[in-house]
Design a protein around this ligand. Structure first.
Ligand code: GDP
Ligand code: CO
Length: 401
């Protein structure tokens, strides 16, 4: 893969947010290093990418997606990666989860891939986390709460069980396996460029095509992304005093974290997890508040944003879903202790406009989007042992224990 170095970088305390980087070649052949004498382009050869992928888990959250789509996504993930599927599909009247397991088992045999699967609402999983004191992810029924973020955090706990150094997240509703393959390589390239153990690689889609008047329109930004990015940039501008548009990936569902960073972040539930990553990183490492992580502050945290060559085609989930996502994003920015009063007011106005009735104004967003504690509060060995012993839905393929 051949891509440019970041053109510019915004800095906030120990955090570097790199501007969007472009890919010049998806595959630059079997040579590494720099392009000729000028060091603005970086090349990654097969081996460099492959070495990083060996240490990477790809976490796929699934809820009631078409099996054909899940199958395509799995086929796009390079063989070196461990795949962790966390499903929240219904188990009755038809057991959709069992259908997913069947599909993965059959495919796994042909792919010879290392795959693990679990159901997010497995009662034993809830019991284990309860016992280990990880209440912030649990619902009142004692199981892990519904929600995409909750599924992703379960995925993180499992990736850590297998000693992975990097974790990438990829949605299961993607129509283009080639795009999935590119996301994973983008993650690897980002980690390959990082100069600190604490890094976040976020995918920026080159196009998100829509059908209008019977033809494909290659639009660049959806409404939700546009508004989320605008407000995240406003947060950053308000703190630094310099206006910026550096953030382009506030809602990116395709993103990756180095494990040492992933372990120490708080996560916001449901669909607010992606924008909240920025908020949490600013709060923890932006130099605004006293830090619990002096070592991380010393080494710094890097955020990469890399633009794809493949357009993004996924399932259209409708307008209500988009409004929910937007509300979640705005609420997490407004809820930040780093958010200045003026921006908070503007965010609350934007949320009120989204809400259909006035009663929504009284919503307690902290309750609606609870914060999940860092996974470094969960003892890894106990979790692994108990999960292997007790969780019935914890399925492993490809010779994994
Ligand atoms: P969008 O693409 O950001 O509009 O959101 P999607 O609705 O496509 O969801 C992103 C991914 O999360 C998809 O793969 C969903 O199947 C998955 N997902 C959504 N809700 C949940 C959930 O509660 N649990 C899990 N494990 N996955 C979920
Ligand atoms: Co989607």
């Amino acid at each position: 893969m051949k891509l440019d170095f970041p053109r510019y970088t915004e800095r906030l305390g120990a955090v570097s947010i790199h501007a969007v980087q472009r890919i010049y070649e998806l595959d630059s052949g079997k040579s590494k290093g720099f392009l000729s004498s000028h060091q603005t382009i970086k090349k990654f050869d097969y081996d460099e990418i492959s070495n990083i992928l060996h240490d990477m888990a790809i976490i796929i959250p699934v809820k009631e997606e078409k099996l054909k789509l899940l199958e395509g996504v799995l086929s796009g993930i390079p063989n070196e990666c461990l795949v962790v599927i966390v499903s929240n599909s219904p188990r009755s009247p038809v057991d959709r989860f069992e259908m997913e397991v069947g599909t993965v088992r059959q495919l796994g045999r042909f792919m010879d891939k290392r795959l693990v699967m679990i159901h997010q609402r497995d009662p034993a999983l809830g019991d284990i986390l309860k016992k280990l004191g990880y209440d912030s992810i649990l619902a009142s029924d004692g199981k892990v709460r519904n929600g995409k973020a909750e599924g992703m955090v379960v995925g993180l706990l499992i990736a850590r069980m297998y000693q992975k150094d990097y974790v990438g997240f990829i949605d299961s509703d993607n129509y283009v396996p080639g795009a999935v393959n590119e996301y994973v390589k983008i993650f690897a390239a980002g980690f390959g460029m990082a100069t600190t153990p604490y890094s976040n690689v976020r995918v920026s889609w080159v196009f998100k095509p829509k059908v209008r008047n019977n033809s494909l329109q290659f639009s660049k930004w959806g409404r939700v992304s546009e508004i989320t990015n605008k407000n995240l940039n406003a947060l950053l501008s308000n703190i630094t005093g310099f206006e910026t548009e550096v953030i382009k990936t506030g809602n990116s569902g395709e993103h990756a974290l180095s494990m040492p960073l992933a372990e120490s972040l708080h996560y916001s539930s449901g669909y607010s997890i992606e924008p909240y990553e920025f908020v949490d990183v600013f709060e923890k490492f932006g130099g605004l508040f006293a830090s619990q992580y002096p070592k991380m502050i010393e080494k710094g945290v890097e955020i990469f944003q890399i633009e794809t060559r493949n357009p993004h085609f996924h399932e259209d989930k409708g307008r209500a879903h988009l409004n929910d996502m937007l509300e979640a994003a705005l609420a997490t920015i407004a809820g930040s202790k780093a958010c200045p009063a003026e921006l908070k007011e503007s965010l609350e106005e934007q949320m009120a406009q989204l809400a259909e009735t006035k009663s929504h104004r009284k919503t307690d967003y902290r309750k609606k989007y609870p914060i999940i504690e860092p996974i470094n509060t969960v003892p890894g060995d106990d979790f692994a042992k108990e999960l292997r012993e007790k969780a019935e839905t914890f399925s492993r393929f490809g010779g994994l224990r």
